[in-house]
Design a protein around this ligand. Structure first.
Ligand SMILES: [Zn+2]
Length: 579
């Protein structure tokens, strides 16, 4: 099913072929409608999220993809080719929760991967919850080796969906079927699993520290036997001593002659060129390296297949729900960039992973009984170095740490008589001001915020700066930028000043970890994702009309006749429901 093709077909058929296909479909409807069997609801909803899969990537690398994965979706699904998020902060928890709830962060409350909790005077990690601990002792984030800076902000090992303020599609499914639907979320990333499992489902994610899939006591008092058995098999350890090797001959790839690029992140022992060695089990960064490669997705697949089988998903008339979020594309993109041999081969491997998954679901449940939806939590930018190579010279990194010492802010501080730092910190996408220093001088916080935002706007590379107070109280011009920042605004969680950089201006320093590329902007490369529905009664169609990923949850709800999630603003996509 996943064998590479020698003469690959285009991922999408031509417009003419599609028109003919649609015509045949419409004629078919006229004559065959009474005997169509799609009135039985699907037995399984399979929601796939590919972390950071920018909308163009499957088509861009279509020459190296095989059968049964993306090609299955393109040929058998309703494929939306122009889907964009409309909120400003295109980060992982924000996107995953938007997929789950069908709404924007202003409603679901997950405004960023981290935000500063003024009441507790500390940084909060999105799904952190000190009331619910991990079931595995010692599987907490290892602050010494954790390279995902957002993960290091959590102060306890507890995780739960409590911070998600509106209901998810999976919650609505649980309520509608009186708890009879089995609901699961799986991912390498805790936030990738928790958001989609919702408040009613169960979530499992990967602990880099223990090399196992774990959960918290929000979900379980103890692990189901199959999880303990899966972990005891130690599937991660099987990669010990191995490397991420290139799948095809280099000549088949768009980037086959461009493996070694100075702007790629050179992780010690992993390197910038193929093969990328994982090292030995027990090495400090062994499990981290698995997540920086397709191995992370392969482990996720293996765990999800076991779950599907052992939890008997899709075996009766009550629809079950399985969310799988594949994280490798995001990590590979951060380290090597969206235009790299690594991201290209990662797509080849992801394509095989998807083909394997679809084939397994077909065998266990039947694709005709399974409604599949695939999307991403955000897109992916290019690395400045790559853009520079192609004459796009203004692409560069922006140093937020230098802001406080800049001439403009320094003269503001002199004007206000503030000797200490005025800009305390930057946690994407918000700047935080030193309120203590402002209050100590008896200054009006609103006036200082306004002055800082006005100065920031004059900086080269900053496109927009607005304080949360202004968003709450002022009459602001109705621009696209204000709207997208407002969609991201939550009065209790948003930071002091929202910063938007110009297109192709990126931050690459996160707590000392330098990466090649970082998403999180409101620009089209970061908002662009695929949206595809397939399986069950879905008829193939390519749709170029602009849609949003917020449409997914209401569409799933509409498909099943379940009420939409509480904050949903998306629309039901008629092509998916067309019978
Ligand atoms: Zn992400």
């Amino acid at each position: 099913m996943a064998s590479p093709m020698t003469t690959p077909r285009k991922l999408f058929r031509t417009r003419k072929a599609i028109t003919l296909a649609s015509l045949t479909f419409l004629l078919g409807l006229l004559f065959a409608a009474p005997i169509m069997a799609e009135d039985t609801p699907p037995r399984l909803i399979l929601q796939i999220t590919v972390d950071a899969l920018r909308g163009d990537l499957p088509q861009r690398f279509d020459k190296v993809l095989g059968e049964g994965g993306f090609r299955y979706l393109a040929e058998n699904g309703v494929y939306y080719t122009d889907a964009h998020y409309q909120h400003a902060n295109t980060e992982t928890i924000v996107g995953h929760t938007s997929l789950a709830t069908g709404t924007v962060p202003a409603a679901h409350g997950m405004v960023a991967n981290v935000w500063f909790d003024r009441e507790q005077d500390r940084l909060a990690y999105n799904i952190e919850d000190p009331d619910y601990h991990l079931l595995t002792e010692g599987a907490d984030v290892d602050r010494k080796t954790e390279i995902d800076p957002t993960q290091r902000t959590a102060r306890s090992d507890g995780r739960s969906p409590a911070n998600i303020l509106t209901s998810t599609f999976s919650d609505e499914l649980a309520v509608h079927f009186a708890g009879q639907s089995k609901i699961f979320g799986v991912s390498i990333k805790d936030r990738g699993a928790v958001a989609l499992a919702g408040h009613a489902g169960k979530a499992f994610w990967f602990s880099k520290k223990s090399g196992e899939f774990v959960t918290s006591n929000y979900y379980y008092e103890q692990y189901p036997a199959w999880v303990t058995e899966w972990n005891a098999r130690k599937p991660a350890a099987a990669y010990s001593g191995k490397s991420w090797e290139l799948t095809h001959e280099p000549s088949r790839y768009l980037f086959g002659t461009k493996d070694n690029r100075f702007y790629e992140t050179d992780i010690d022992g992993f390197g910038r060129t193929f093969p990328h060695p994982y090292g030995e089990v027990g090495d400090k960064y062994f499990t981290t390296k698995l997540t920086l490669s397709p191995a992370g997705d392969e482990l996720t697949l293996d765990f999800a297949k076991t779950l599907l089988d052992r939890e008997q998903l899709g075996q009766d008339e009550i629809p079950d729900y399985l969310s799988i979020s594949f994280s490798s594309t995001d990590y590979v993109g951060h380290i090597f960039g969206a235009s790299s041999l690594e991201i290209e081969d990662n797509l080849v491997r992801l394509d095989r992973t998807l083909a394997d998954l679809f084939s397994y679901v077909d065998e266990k449940v039947g694709l005709e009984n399974t409604l599949i939806v695939l999307s991403a939590d955000h897109g992916q930018p290019e690395v400045p170095g790559h853009l520079n190579e192609h004459g796009i010279q203004d692409a560069r990194y922006f140093d937020t740490k230098a802001l406080d010492k800049s001439g403009a802010i320094a003269s503001l501080k002199a004007q206000f008589g503030i000797g200490k730092e005025l800009i305390e910190d930057y946690f994407h996408p918000y700047l935080y001001l030193n309120y203590k220093a402002i209050d100590a001088k008896g200054l009006d916080r609103a006036a200082v915020e306004k002055a800082v935002a006005a100065e920031l706007l004059k900086f080269d590379g900053i496109a927009y700066a607005v304080s949360s107070r202004a968003l709450r109280t002022d009459t602001l011009p109705d621009t696209l930028m204000t709207r997208s920042v407002l969609r991201n605004f939550h009065p209790k969680r948003s930071g002091d000043i929202y910063l938007v950089f110009e297109p192709n201006i990126f931050i690459n320093d996160f707590d000392g970890l330098t990466v090649s590329s970082t998403h999180g902007s409101p620009w089209r490369y970061d908002t662009y994702v695929p949206v595809v529905f397939a399986g069950h009664g879905v008829k193939p169609m390519r749709v170029e009309r602009a849609v949003t990923p917020y449409d997914i949850a209401p569409t799933l709800a509409g498909y099943l006749g379940v009420k939409p999630p509480s904050g949903a603003i998306g629309e039901v996509l008629p092509e998916v429901l067309a019978k």
